[in-house]
Ligand binder design. Sequence first.
Ligand code: SF4
Ligand code: SF4
Length: 345
Amino acid sequence: MKVYKLERPEFLRNWLSEEREVFQPVMDATGNGSWQPIAHGAVEEFDDELRPLMSPKDFFFSEREDLFRFEAGAENPTFKPIIPRIEKRVLFGVKACDLKAIAYQDKHFATDPNYQARRRQTLLVGIDCHAPCEGGFCPTVDAGPTVRDGTADLVLIPMPSVAGEQAGWWLGCNSQAGEHAIWGMNLKLAEEGWDYWRKLTEKRAKASFPNDTQLLNGIRRLNARAIPDELWDKLGIQCLSCSGCTMVCPSCSCYAVEDIKTPTGYVRERFWDSCLMEGFQKEASGANPTQASGKRVQRFWFHKFSDDIASRMDDSYGCVGCGRCEVTCPGSIGVHSVMEAIANA
Ligand code: SF4
Ligand code: SF4
C-alpha cells in the first residue's frame, strides 16, 4: 500500500467531491446517524467516530428496485433489463467491518448487473477504528478494527495523538482507482515508520474490546451442531419476526421479487426480505421447512457462523462483528445474547 500524509480528511473529501458525489456518515435527528451527501466546498467537519445504524449496503443492494420490464405485445413480447445509471460517487469514512461486508456482498452479487452497476461507480474511502463501537467484535471475525487489505480504495489512518490531540492523518492508497482519484493533490509520501504506529494503534484498540470467549465458544458449539432443539425453540419464542436484525446487518442479502402489473405488461420488483419472517422459505406446495420460529433463528445464525459456508466465501463468516443486531433486536437475541446462550447450553 502506498501511503501519503494528509492534514485533514476534509481536504480529501473536498478534492474528491469536485468530480463525484460524496456521502459520509452524518448525525441526524434519529440519533442513529445516516449516510448523507456532502456538497463540494462544505465546511461540515468529518466525524471520524460516527458509524450509522444502517450500513451502506443500500448503496449497492437497493432496498427496493425494478429489475426488468416485460412488454406483452401481441407480435413481439419483450424483456428489457432496468440497469441503474449511477454517477461517479464516493462513500467517505466506511468502517472496517462495513468494508468487509461489502467485500462479502461483492462475492455474493458477483454476477448481479444491478449491484455491479452501482459498485463500479463507487470509490470506497475506509477509515481505521481506534476503539470498539457499541456491541462490536470485529477482531473476533477478522473484520477490523483497522481496514482489511483490499477492501477499500483509500484508507484514512489516524496518526497517534500527541497530548490528546490528533497529530494528523496518513492516507493509504490500495487500488488504481484510489491512486487515480488523488492524482493532482500533491500529497507528500509518509515517512518510514507509519506502519509501526498503525500496528500499535490496532494492538491497543484490540486490547480494549470486551472478552470474546463466550462468542468463540458459541461459534464452536454451533459448528459442532451441539445445540439442543429446545434452545432454538426458546430463542425462537423471543423472535418477533420484525426483521430489524436483517435490515441493519451489512452482510445480509436475502431478497424477494414481485411482478407488478402495468398497462402493457409487468415490471419485476426486487426488495429486501428477511429469513426471520415466517413465509421466507414457504414453498409453492405449501410446505415450509422453517415454519417454527426457532428453526428460522437457527438458520440465521448457522448462515452467519458456519465454517462450511465461510469456506465458500474466501473463509469469511457472514458476520462482520458490527454488533448492530444486538443493538436493534427488541427480543434481546442479538449476536452476543445468542452466542452466550449457545455457549452455556
Ligand atoms: S431483530 Fe430480533 S426479534 Fe426482530 S427478527 Fe431479528 S431476531 Fe427476531
Ligand atoms: S449478524 Fe449482527 S453483528 Fe454480525 S454482521 Fe450482522 S448485524 Fe453485525
